[in-house]
Design a protein around this ligand. Sequence first.
Ligand SMILES: [Zn+2]
Ligand SMILES: [Zn+2]
Length: 991
Amino acid sequence: MPHDLPKAYDPTAIEDHWAEYWVREKLFAVPTPDPDKKADAVPAREAAEGLDGQSAFTILLPPPNVTGRLHMGHMLNQTEMDILTRWRRMSGRRALWLPGTDHAGIATQMMVERQLAEEGSSRQKLGREAFVERVWEWKRHYGGAILDQMKRLGASVDWSREYFTMDERLSVAVREAFVRLYEQGLVYRGAYIVNWCPRCQTAISDLEVVYDEHKGHLWEIRYPVLNNDGTDSGVFITVATTRPETMLGDTAVAIHPQDERYLHLHGKKLRLPLMNREIPIVLDEWVSREFGTGAVKVTPAHDPNDFAIGMRRHLPSVNVMDDRAHINQAGGAYAGLDRYVARKRVVADLEAQGLLAGVKDYTNNVGHCDRCKTVVEPRLSTQWFVKIQPLADKAIAAVEEGHIRFTPEMYKKTYLNWMENIHDWCISRQLWWGHRIPAWHCAVCHQITVPKPGSTGDPTHCAHCGASEITQETDVLDTWFSSGLLPVSVFGWPNIAEGAPSTDLGAPGPSHLGTRERAPGLDSETWARAQARRDFDAFYPTSLLVTGFDILFFWVARMIMMGCWFSAEVPMPDGSPRPLAESVPFKEVYIHALVRDANREKMSKTKGNVIDPIEIVKQYGTDAVRFTLASMASPGTDIAFNVARTEGYRAFANKIWNAARFIFMNVDRAAEVGITVDPSAFGSMPTAAANAPLEARWIVAELHSTAAKVNELLESYRFDEAANAIYQFFWGSFCDWYIEIVKLRLDFEKQQAAESADQQAGDATAALTTLVQVFEAALRLLSPFMPFLTEELWHAVYDGNPPAKSIALTRYPATKSREEFERQVGGIGFDEGAFGQMSHLQNLIGDVRNMRKERGVPEREPVQIEVHPRSDAVQKAFSENQNVIKRLARVSTVKFSETELQDPGVFRYLNYYEVRIDYKVIPDLPAERDRLTKECLRLEKIVANDERALNDPGFTGKAPAHIVEGRKKQLAENRLLLEKARAALDALPPE
Ligand SMILES: [Zn+2]
Ligand SMILES: [Zn+2]
């Protein structure tokens, strides 16, 4: 990378190049560590600095759906993860960011079904096997899109470890988790009310149901009460419902046992209208006496509350709908009708029979399928469940005991609250795309056969009766079942060697774990298990999870449950049992905020205010978009994304680009006269000698203090403050002050000409060295936030001969201790230190600039100033930096006064000094003489006219007295004006 950068900063020209380079060079691949070979893990410099290169920073990418496209939420999430990973990596940690995609059962199946529909086909026509093959084909073609977008955005992930949740390796983990839970009695099959999507034709999770307010009706229906002999008594009980068609499946009417209105009906039976079925009146405390008539119809097969009543009161369940929410055979005359057609028919028939007591408008919340927006039908069906205890208790303990920390902290409460009220988890989905449940049904004895833990291969015979007529369960597992296992499965669970492998596993190299070539003589199974052992030891528990609130329950909670449960079976590296603190899937959870539009509105397709990150990136560059997000990201605060800010940060990048061009120009100028900067001076924290010029000591101090601040802020996820600190440093301190001052020192010719005895000798070289050193360090400081720009410029600093393949592999600027840093820059105290002196200098320059503006001094005109410093330190700062004052404030001479300045009109007073500028407005003399001469002539004419009139008896005798008086007054005024103008003209200096 040569010094001669293109004149203009053009992000598109550099970003594609580096994005591709980072992937091609596998810069962020983290091989399986080899504990015996410490040397290959800790670079020499880190070892020398005593940094622990062994400690890992592990972070899993929340796997986007394989069908996904990058949106602003991803961009924020990935920017935050990339900043943290790059920062940790540069801070000497073994940083592993592990990417992958989720097979996303429902979403992907829908996508392919839509494709088939366009072709006039369907999954049913294709059959299961061919359909699944078709989905794989789809995945091969379109599946990687979102990860390609990530690559372009420069995410520093280890691509060699990329997974897909349906990969063979991860599928083994899914099957093993299921069979172990089954063996432990924690998986069962049962009839249960589930949220059923008639379009997707599968059960969906409570979390996948979205509720919308819906204006509907409340129908009141009269159920005839029967006499003991089964005849109609002529008395009715009225119930109300928003879904009248479900009455076809009613098996009771429930009333509160203490409801006085109905005491006389206890033990009575009713006739279910339309179906002519006898149903009982049951007593249940759950019924609210205040709501409606106080009597409720009970449909156990179509309502979760009714299902609970049915269980308590031992009622039968009559399911009256099929998979598509059409009425089935149990619905009598209505069989075959769609649920809404049936609703109309039921209402009409009730009305005809005089059993409709009333219809009211009614607004209620209706659940929709999150995927396809179809109204969800609560429906009884046979499903597979995970018994949530004791998994949930462990997951609660993990958080309560502080083994997992949430940021912002409020999510701890949200999590615990949810976990404490959690129900058994329905894990079966009636889809074809996903992990098919490893359970076999026997056609002979109807029992279920599930393979033993640790077994491979599918069973061929029923484990109960030995029959060979067994068929695999058609349901697949909930997608979150597999993604909940990721923290353990990506590191090789369950196939992990018992103890730490003592043998040499082979040299680093590519493999499915991205790691090592198998050593000769090791069979692949042993080798893989040994690899997994080392990966697990090194990377589990992971350090951090960065994710959105929307999947806190879906995913985060399930990873905690499954991680704690299954990893507990993996002993610690020394063979001891794994404690809960080491069983957790991650130590920290950072919940990021929402990205809203500039008006703080939630982005939505219907509102049309969705910002496409790829479009913004095309316009302003990835770095500017990343910086925008970072500069607004702080825990718990939503981001109002405003492109005006992105424009501003593009200007920031441009400013740095121009600074680089200035620096390289000077490096080249110096080289022309034989002055070179030793590149070995770069790469660490710059220091400044106590006798170095003020600006050098100051910028080094600023760098140290900014680095200390940024490191501290990133520890607590204050991305915004960290980004702003770097921005202030780079733009304000470095570009606006330091570079402007250092220009004075870069006189290489003068240095060449001077003899070594001259005090100036070496100044230019020293200044140039500090300039490049600080710039190089500042690039490293900024690198996690703007990786592309800094990569480009960092390579240019080394003129194509960098000490590493990437700035991302260098060390992050850090200050070890305040004392050490103070020692390095000769103190930082406000009175004597670099910060104090520089701030006096900056204040003085600012004051002079303001005074110049106030007094209207033309911009290019130098002025003389007089200063009275009020302490020796200030005196020293000013007198040693007169050149700086002169240059930055356009001052011709600085006069120092030992006494206080007296003229109150022209000086400024601060605690540390007084200053006045010596400047009088000097007009343009010839123009002024010309103006005044013309003015005198004009006035002379007027005065002469007035005099003539007043001397004319024709005027004075005829005109009214007040007119004559007025004229006299006018003459007097004009004489005065003329006098003044003549005096001013006389006062002008002679020509
Ligand atoms: Zn659906
Ligand atoms: Zn059997």
